[in-house]
Design a protein around this ligand. Structure first.
Ligand code: ATP
Length: 369
């Protein structure tokens, strides 16, 4: 059992606040991904959970025990960095055995444990080799082995596969996920790669500038971003955005696209969201590429434009549509889509998937009561 709870955690470096009022409950055996751009405070958060860094304020509990001031070595948490940090003069066996050796574990037990870990990580054949003889994927497995050998309550991984090439990364993602299930360790995984986060996380915690923006299951964060930051950060290609004004007499039923003055009639559930937010004058309309359709010009509730760029992705096409004011909207189409560059078309939207944001604050108005 390893539940990790951070309450009102801050980290200041001099005048700079790297982590602000962070509240996070990581469930037992969960695979939680900390996701955000470079410098948003992910590593600092991980280091505070591990005990390598002390919070400036707030508390960290591990299994209902306050460990805020406890040294890293006393926390029963393993930490694996992007840089493998193996001892170059030791063999793979000796590197993996090292944590147990320092704890005075008997040779026979060390042997048993190294065998168990080597089998789990499928590195039995390289136990006699030294790190410099190994490729990136194997080095990473060894680093993981050294972390896992202590049977830690929690495993903290900081961009552990960031330096590997794309194909290896794909393989390692699947392996890490499997390893997580087999080892049963609560895992906190730091990455700035949203695709990695979506693939691996049971839940994703999105951070920006030291502040937790949203935490949820990948599908929920993708479909219901809490603000424009999350909406822009998650998804590849990203969400499309249009600047809109409410323009009906009651300020709700119709939104006008600022780019060319076209009115879009809203379904009742979206109108209601706007009625609850009567003061809103600038609205950002968010829609994912897969929720936009290409239709004939003049279709109801559509915006006119032309085909600008076509990217053939093999199993689908991404078509960039240029609207009259120059706004680009990306549409996901089937691979056999017949549209050509320059075609005059229009786009319509799956209204159930439209997400409205207050342009000024960036907050979603979809999640409010
Ligand atoms: P990256 O992916 O680039 O590592 P990150 O989200 O992990 O980014 P952190 O490493 O947690 O970000 O850093 C958050 C901020 O705190 C950064 O602006 C960083 O420069 C700053 N910072 C981190 N450690 C220290 C330190 N020891 N002293 C001063 N500033 C620090």
């Amino acid at each position: 059992m390893a539940e990790i709870v951070l309450k009102n955690v801050y980290k200041h470096f001099g005048d700079f606040t790297a982590v602000k009022d962070l509240n996070l409950e990581i469930k037992d055996k969960e695979f939680l991904v900390l996701l955000g751009p470079s410098g948003c405070g992910k590593t600092t958060t991980l280091r505070m959970i591990s005990g390598l860094e002390l919070p400036s304020d707030g508390t960290i509990n591990l299994d209902n025990k306050d460990v805020t001031q406890l040294r890293a070595s006393k926390r029963d948490i393993a930490f694996v960095f992007q840089l493998f940090a193996l001892y170059p003069h030791l063999t793979v066996y000796q590197n993996i055995a090292f944590p147990l050796k320092t704890q005075g574990v008997s040779k026979a037990n060390i042997n048993k444990e190294v065998s168990r870990i080597a089998k789990l990580l499928q590195i039995e054949h390289i136990l006699k080799q030294k790190p410099k003889q190994l490729a990136g994927g194997d080095l990473q497995r060894v680093a993981l082995g050294r972390g896992l050998i202590r049977n830690p309550k929690a495993l903290l991984l900081d961009e552990p596969i960031g330096t590997l090439d794309a194909k290896f990364r794909e393989q390692m993602r699947a392996e890490l996920k499997l390893l997580h299930i087999e080892s049963g360790s609560t895992t906190v995984y730091v990455t700035h790669d949203q695709i990695e986060a979506m693939e691996m996380g049971d839940r994703i915690a999105v951070m920006n500038q030291g502040v937790l923006q949203q935490i949820g299951e990948p599908h929920d964060v993708y479909s219901n971003p809490i603000n424009l930051f999350v909406a822009k950060f998650i998804g590849s290609p990203g969400m499309n955005f249009l600047d809109m004004n409410p323009s009906s007499s009651d300020g709700s039923k119709i939104l006008t696209f600022k780019g060319d003055g076209t009115d879009i009639k809203l379904p009742d559930f979206l109108s209601e969201k706007l009625l609850n937010n009567k003061k809103l004058t600038n609205i950002t309309w968010g829609i994912r590429p897969e929720d936009v359709s290409i239709v004939s010009p003049g279709s109801e509730n559509s915006l006119n434009g032309s085909v600008y760029v076509i990217e053939n992705m093999g199993n689908h096409k991404i078509i960039d549509i240029k609207l009259k004011d120059g706004t680009l909207i990306r549409v996901r189409e089937l691979p056999n889509s017949k549209y050509k560059i320059g075609d005059n078309i229009a786009i319509s939207f799956d209204m159930n998937m439209v997400r409205l944001f207050d342009t000024e604050s960036g907050d979603s108005i979809m999640v409010q009561e």
